[in-house]
Write a protein that binds this ligand. Structure first.
Ligand SMILES: NC(=O)c1ccc[n+]([C@@H]2O[C@H](COP(=O)([O-])OP(=O)(O)OC[C@H]3O[C@@H](n4cnc5c(N)ncnc54)[C@H](O)[C@@H]3O)[C@@H](O)[C@H]2O)c1
Length: 337
């Protein structure tokens, strides 16, 4: 007899919750038990599309048919929900970041460890085919000794100002994905220093609450390798995530298929597949939830765990501090935020 499907409840029926609900409903080995959202009509809309029932978080946590939960609520609720899911013995897939705060991240990780649940964090780029190939070229030695990485992370459209005000800033909210890539792609090399600067030139209103929308972060690794990340809250030509890794034996790029020598990319270049993360990483979101299900069914460590979320947050915290203080920040300065 085939093993029983893993029952999943999705918490949060917004932009990313909808993506996870669709995958939970269709991935082999999974069964979508239902969806909870404070905004009940939002959960009802997703249930109509993908099945399962609408219910509350406490009810799903008490339900034996729920083996694991997917946390896709706003960031400020993640750490507490991980702790509650762990106490209920539910394996947990949590969207990035676990928290904007290092002590809260550590506390959620400790709760998961104490309960013996599997905790995976939503850094879906690690499941993208091209990023995986880049990582493998480092791991196998094909790239040679890593020397330099360039990461580009530009959103197509600026999120609403109300969201940005509580987002934790561009480094922790948006560029946390690039900081995770920086930690992962050159492993076992580790980032030891960050210098970051930024401007509010897409929307000067961001500057009024100390945030930026156009930023760079220069990274130094303990091996002497260097990295540069540039992030933007708006790219009129579409969602743009790229990478270039340079080593002693060559170079590998990711995401350059839309770039044409000498051609201006403008608003007319923003085809539907360049709309946002949901289109660009559609396969990666499916693969990451599939990876989580596999980790749960085998009782193995997930590919991306709490310590990866903590490391990305430490880099983002160093970048935020560097931007605020106008000086390079060593990672050894970042203990608790
Ligand atoms: N990995 C990625 O690429 C990616 C992409 C987008 C968002 N995210 C992350 O996912 C999270 C959600 O982002 P989003 O863009 O989907 O937000 P969203 O605002 O579109 O959706 C959040 C939903 O959660 C509901 N909600 C709020 N508090 C709740 C609670 N306590 N209990 C139950 N439901 C609650 C809201 O009503 C809303 O429907 C954020 O942490 C964000 O950083 C990750």
């Amino acid at each position: 007899m085939p093993p029983e499907p893993i029952g999943l409840a999705v918490f949060g029926a917004g932009r990313i919750g909808g993506v996870h609900a669709a995958n939970a409903a269709t991935l082999p080995g999974a069964r979508l038990v239902g969806i909870a959202d404070l905004d009940r009509p939002a959960a009802e809309r997703q249930v109509r599309k993908h099945g399962g029932r609408v219910d509350t978080i406490p009810s799903f946590l008490a339900d034996e048919r729920v083996h694991a939960v997917v946390i896709a609520t706003p960031t400020e609720s993640h750490a507490e929900l991980i702790t509650r899911a762990a106490a209920a013995g539910k394996h947990t897939f949590c969207e990035k970041p676990i928290s904007l705060d290092i002590p809260a991240t550590r506390a959620a990780m400790a709760a998961a460890k104490r309960a013996g649940i599997i905790l995976q964090v939503g850094f879906q780029r690690r499941f993208d085919d091209a990023f995986l190939q880049a990582r493998r070229s480092v791991e196998s030695g094909a790239l040679g000794s890593p020397r330099f990485m360039r990461l580009v992370g530009r959103d197509h459209r600026v999120p609403p100002l109300a969201y940005l005000k509580t987002s934790g800033g561009q480094f922790k909210d948006q560029m946390i994905h690039e900081f995770d890539l920086a930690s992962w792609l050159f492993e076992p090399a580790r980032v030891v220093e960050v210098y970051a600067t930024g401007s509010a030139i897409v929307d000067p209103a961001l500057g009024e609450f100390g945030d930026a929308d156009t930023t760079i972060a220069a990274l130094r690794f303990d091996t002497g390798a260097l990295g540069v990340i540039d992030g933007s809250r708006e790219a009129v030509y579409g969602y743009d995530v790229r990478a270039e890794l340079v080593g002693s034996k060559g170079m590998i790029v990711v995401g350059h298929e839309h770039v044409v020598n000498g051609k201006l990319l403008d608003a007319t270049s923003a085809t539907p597949e360049l709309e946002s993360f949901a289109e660009r990483f559609e396969h990666a979101y499916r693969a990451e939830l599939g990876g989580f299900l596999e980790a749960v069914s085998r009782g193995e460590r997930p590919a991306v765990g709490g310590s990866d979320a903590l490391e990305a947050l430490r880099l983002a915290s160093a970048a935020t501090r560097s931007f605020q203080r106008g000086r390079p920040v060593k990672l050894s300065e970042i203990a608790d935020g």
